[in-house]
Design a protein around this ligand. Structure first.
Ligand SMILES: Cc1cc2nc3c(=O)[nH]c(=O)nc-3n(C[C@H](O)[C@H](O)[C@H](O)COP(=O)(O)O)c2cc1C
Length: 358
């Protein structure tokens, strides 16, 4: 039997424990040109005790940004600024992967630092129900511009360049955000993707963008430092998946031969399906279990002991507990997350959660 506190191989690395910090957008990238700050370095450095940190979603291109003051990895300025973050984690012996999040149709023209001509892109001209949080306040999502062949090629190139930028910035690896209703998930879905070409129409068409981005990034940085996050059956951001089991079976089968560092499942309402994906996936699994009405708690570590997963990721509990691994080992106590300070703001509710020793 394995426990959460034993090391484990993740791609080309050895994580010192099996507790992962889940990706969490915090909207505090106040540096010039959507760059991270010294405060962000403090925040991630405080959490370096994780077996692996997956950063907040990072836009691989200007048009990939879906929220205010989220950081990017598409300019030299951003690469330079991320170095302080990766150094802070490495000084404390941690591992950190950059989550590349292209939000696709979950964006808004008012979010982009351009002349207002840039519009969100997507699989098809299908507007998501709901609102974007723009600097001017909440605004209805707009109808995205469907990516044509050149747009798809450019998007794959953007992900690939951002992944290479991540390595240049000192990240150990990259996680592709294929979950939660953003661009890759939009292509995987049966409602946002209405295409009748080779990038839609069938299961193999709808998984193609995720597979091709993974293939391209793996070629650029090495498959053993690339992870993918998926959330089968999660309807967040107006996603409908008529056939999620068939879709993710096919996706896993296509990806297995690539030898990625890990698959990260953000479990959705069809939690029973996870065991099947676990058996089908030949690599390392990180699981963020489905816990409606609550956040993932210490009991989730049992999933490692039973073999349901290799590693467990924690969102809210890691947000509020910089020394989460020590607290899990000690059986608590745990600080409570303050969601009113989740997005934007200063150090409050960000770097001021105390560690046990304090
Ligand atoms: C403040 C906040 C921001 C989040 N941002 C992201 C994100 O950028 N990328 C992502 O994949 N998931 C994001 N999530 C989802 C978490 O990674 C995680 O799946 C979710 O919080 C459920 O896990 P938990 O119960 O451990 O918190 C976010 C969650 C929270 C609470």
């Amino acid at each position: 039997m394995s426990t959460a506190f034993e090391p484990i191989r993740v791609g080309r690395f050895t994580a010192r424990n099996r507790v992962v910090m889940a990706p969490m957008t915090r909207s505090r990238a106040y540096g010039d040109g959507a760059s991270p700050t010294a405060l962000m370095a403090t925040y991630y450095g405080q959490r370096a005790g994780a077996g692996l940190i997956v950063t907040e979603g990072i836009q691989p291109s200007a048009v990939g940004q879906g929220y205010v003051t989220t950081p990017g990895l598409h300019s030299a300025e951003q690469v330079a600024a991320w170095r302080q973050v990766t150094a802070a984690v490495h000084e404390r012996g941690g591992l950190i992967f950059a989550q590349l999040m292209h939000t696709g149709r979950i964006g808004h023209p008012d979010l982009y630092a351009t002349d207002g001509t840039l519009v969100p892109v997507g699989a098809s001209a299908v507007r998501a129900a709901g609102q974007a949080y723009t600097p001017q306040g909440p605004r209805d999502f707009v109808t995205p511009e469907p990516l044509d062949a050149a747009g798809i090629a450019r998007t794959i190139a953007d992900y690939t360049a951002a992944a290479s930028n991540a390595i240049a910035a000192g990240f150990d690896g990259v996680e592709l955000h294929g979950a939660n209703g953003y661009l890759l998930h939009q292509f995987l879905s049966t409602n946002a993707n209405q295409r009748d070409d080779e990038w839609g129409a069938t299961v193999s068409g709808r998984i193609r963008l995720t597979v091709e981005v993974a293939r391209s990034v793996a070629t650029a940085i090495g498959a053993d430092r690339l992870g993918l996050r998926i959330s089968p059956s999660n309807p967040f951001n107006d996603i409908v998946e008529d056939d999620h089991r068939a879709t993710y079976r096919a996706l896993v089968d296509e990806l297995n031969p690539l030898g990625l560092a890990y698959l990260h499942i953000g479990e959705g309402p069809d939690a029973e399906f996870t065991a099947e994906l676990r058996a089908r996936w030949t690599g390392t699994l990180i699981l963020n279990p489905y816990t409606p009405e609550a956040f993932t708690g210490p009991e989730a570590l049992k999933l490692i002991e039973t073999g349901a997963t290799d590693l467990v990721s924690y969102g809210a509990l890691f947000l509020a507990n910089p020394d989460l691994v020590e607290r899990l080992r000690a059986g608590g106590p745990f600080n409570t997350p303050d969601y009113t300070k989740a997005y934007g703001g200063d150090h409050e509710g960000y770097t001021d959660y105390p560690a046990l020793a304090e």
